[in-house]
Design a protein around this ligand. Sequence first.
Ligand code: SAH
Length: 256
Amino acid sequence: MGNKIYVVGMGPGREEMMTGEALCALEQADVIVGYTVYLDLLDTRFQQKELLSTPMRMEEERCRLCFEEAEKDKKVALICSGDAGIYGMASLMLEIGKSYPQTELIVIAGVTAASSGAAVLGAPLGHDFCVVSLSDLLTPWETIEKRLSAAAEGDFVIVLYNPSSRKRKDYLRRACDILLQSIEGERICGYVENIGREGTKAETCTLRELRDREVNMFTTVFIGNSESELIGGKLVTKRGYQTEEQHGEKSSRGIL
Ligand code: SAH
């Protein structure tokens, strides 16, 4: 039998928000590798396992550490927040994995911040949406600008990951300025901080107001499309079903 590494998306934080498959992989693992913040989020029963971490920004080293541990015939789980394939380590693991053909990589889906944050706000992703990261560590800012403009042009609901960091305080403002070139200032938006963790905070506001809001790196931002609205305080993007509320008559619910 070859070596196995599970690349696990642990969801936004709390264990209840992890998938059963992710939990199962962690339970089977001999070694759990991850950024310290994520290791600390794990329940005490996992703290008995061998836990290994490398500092933030040492992603490649963290990946290689997994392969080295797997070569010692241990079952390894690499944990990422949310989904490991969404701005996570799954792609880097698969790339580095080319040099370790005897090791099998199993990617396990997790609940990404777009999904868990959307649930806190209501149902903002009821129609086509785009996800854009504002981090220019690995992507040139011009590319980010181009994608933001195209998403606005396409009337997508837009989800922003990495909206801020210590070094990038004004990035959300810069992104809003680009969006405001084609989207009206009254467009409904929302953002959620610390999803599934202590201190969850959700807010809704207009795009113009969002421009001046301060958010931190543990925040996911949602910009509605032209049809999004607030219903009883919840941010909703309709799928387009004809409801009785709109028509005062029985509607076809066959495809709900
Ligand atoms: N793989 C992760 C995303 C990593 S990028 C996922 O699928 O969710 C990091 C960004 O994700 C953060 O800057 C933030 O925008 C978002 N994010 C991740 N976890 C979050 C949480 N618990 N609460 C709010 N935003 C979160």
